[in-house]
Design a protein around this ligand. Structure first.
Ligand code: PMP
Ligand code: GLN
Length: 379
């Protein structure tokens, strides 16, 4: 067959996790927590199964879960989202992003995407017939160069993709970024795809600039979330998408003939558990402690921090320390220093190497301690 993605290999997350297993290295590469999720939530899943919630859930997601999500976002972001017409539960945030792109893209449509970009974005655009218009975030704070965005707009610009807190850099959008975004899209037919899977993983007292805070922007947006990130269960692969009723109606046409519906018992459990607000409201504090602990350990290594305020990740530069390409250094560190990371060049279509590695700090203290034992000897 003719490949639909001829230039795409295996995702870096799989590559680095496999290498970590092969070399028995501490895995600070792929983004997943190594601590336990809530026991109450796992008990609720078992209960839901025992109570007989084992058949297809509603195609758009369990109605009670959608109601609870609507209540949650009303409280967090002061917006009324209709649970029947504006929320669809999906098998993960990635699927929500893919489906949104499939919903809107016609061949040749342009999508503005900022690099480094989460590794599924550009293949998702291209497999759906779109053209990725890549714009580099400004090093070292990885902010959006809005003038360049303006300069790259054409009559074919269909979507602008944003991601805050950002993977891989941890950068977060400011209020001013939203002002810029609004000034660009108002009175155009440009849509926004906002990846907010790290909405609660934001630190240093900063407020998450959700698109959901802005009813005028939501009218032209798909906003994607992940339960995996919020409840420390990335393996559950459950998330949801919020959009205007008209965009969501089209999204559901695609969704119904793709996965159709998601895991029932987990949705039943989440609907019961989601009312515990402290579970997500405490996430920022809990993960900031981990980040700060990791930072204090990394200060004993030769790596140079590129500070940021969100996500599971911190980026470190190795400029001046090694002449290896970041991909090669990531392999070297896994093999010889027992620590797997992710090279940030994997988030650029043309593998731009800024000599930066991404470290996931959503780990137990002793995992981080063990990683540092390996990293201090790299000079
Ligand atoms: N977007 C970003 C930026 C991510 O880091 C992830 C993490 N996996 C996802 C989307 C997808 O989340 P999920 O596992 O729910 O598909
Ligand atoms: N989002 C996670 C990361 O950035 C990994 C998800 C995946 O493996 N596809 O590491």
């Amino acid at each position: 067959i003719q490949s639909k993605l001829p230039n795409v290999g295996t995702t870096i997350f799989t590559v680095m996790s496999q290498l970590a297993v092969e070399h028995n290295a501490v895995n600070l590469g792929q983004g997943f927590p190594d601590f336990m999720m809530s026991e109450e939530l796992t008990d609720l899943v078992a209960k839901a199964m025992r109570d007989g919630f084992n058949q297809y859930a509603h195609m758009n997601g369990l109605p009670l879960l959608r109601e609870r999500l609507s209540e949650k976002v009303a409280q967090l972001y002061q917006i009324n989202i209709h649970p029947d017409t504006q929320i669809t539960v999906t098998p993960g945030g990635t699927y929500a992003i893919y489906t949104a792109l499939t919903t809107v893209l016609q061949p040749g449509d342009e999508v503005i995407v900022f690099e480094p970009a989460y590794d599924s974005y550009i293949p998702n655009i291209e497999v759906n017939g779109g053209v990725a218009v890549r714009i580099a975030l400004q090093y070292p704070d990885y902010s959006i160069p809005w003038d360049e965005v303006r300069a790259k707009l054409t009559s074919k610009t269909r979507v602008i993709m944003i991601n805050s807190p950002h993977n891989p850099t941890g950068s977060v959008l400011s209020e001013q970024d939203i002002v810029e975004l609004r000034s660009i899209v108002t009175n155009t037919n440009i849509l926004i795809l906002s990846d907010e899977v790290y909405e609660h993983l934001i630190y240093d007292g900063i407020t998450h600039q959700s698109i959901l805070r802005h009813a005028d922007l939501l009218e032209r947006s798909f906003v994607c979330f992940s339960f995996g990130k919020t409840y420390h269960c990335t393996g559950w692969k459950l998330g949801y998408c919020i959009a205007s009723p008209s965009l969501m109606a089209e999204f559901r046409k695609i969704h119904q003939f793709n996965c159709f519906t998601c895991d029932t018992p987990k949705q039943v459990a989440l609907a019961a558990h989601i009312t515990h607000k402290e579970a997500y409201l405490s996430l920022g504090t809990m993960l900031q402690e981990k980040r700060d602990y990791f930072r204090s350990l990394m200060a004993n290594t030769a790596f140079k921090l590129i500070p940021s305020h969100g996500s599971y990740f911190e980026c470190y530069s190795f400029e001046g320390l090694s002449n290896l390409a970041d991909k090669d250094l990531a392999i070297y560190l896994t093999k010889h220093h027992g620590v797997a990371t992710v090279p940030v060049s994997a988030f650029y279509k043309d593998s731009t190497d800024n000599q930066v590695l991404r470290f996931c700090f959503a780990k137990q203290k002793n995992t981080l301690d063990k990683a540092i034992e390996g990293l201090v000897s790299f000079k």
